[in-house]
Design a protein. Structure first.
Length: 63
């Protein structure tokens, strides 16, 4: 009999990740969001925001 190690998230699909602050908003506070990367693969983390580009992102700032 084989076993498989899996990582399970305690969050439901689409639920905010509180590691970014209260209600998951601290990461975005005071910035204008230009793009979001959202996990599309079905599973417990489906709908989770996995990346953000905002006006405070170094790639968006003028030289």
């Amino acid at each position: 009999m084989s076993t498989k190690n899996t990582v399970q998230s305690p969050r439901k699909p689409g639920e905010l990740d509180r590691t970014f602050g209260i209600d998951g908003t601290m990461l975005l506070e005071g910035t204008e969001v230009k793009a979001l990367a959202v996990l599309k693969v079905p599973g417990v983390d489906q709908g989770k925001i996995i990346g953000v580009i905002s006006t405070s992102s170094p790639r968006l700032q003028a030289p």
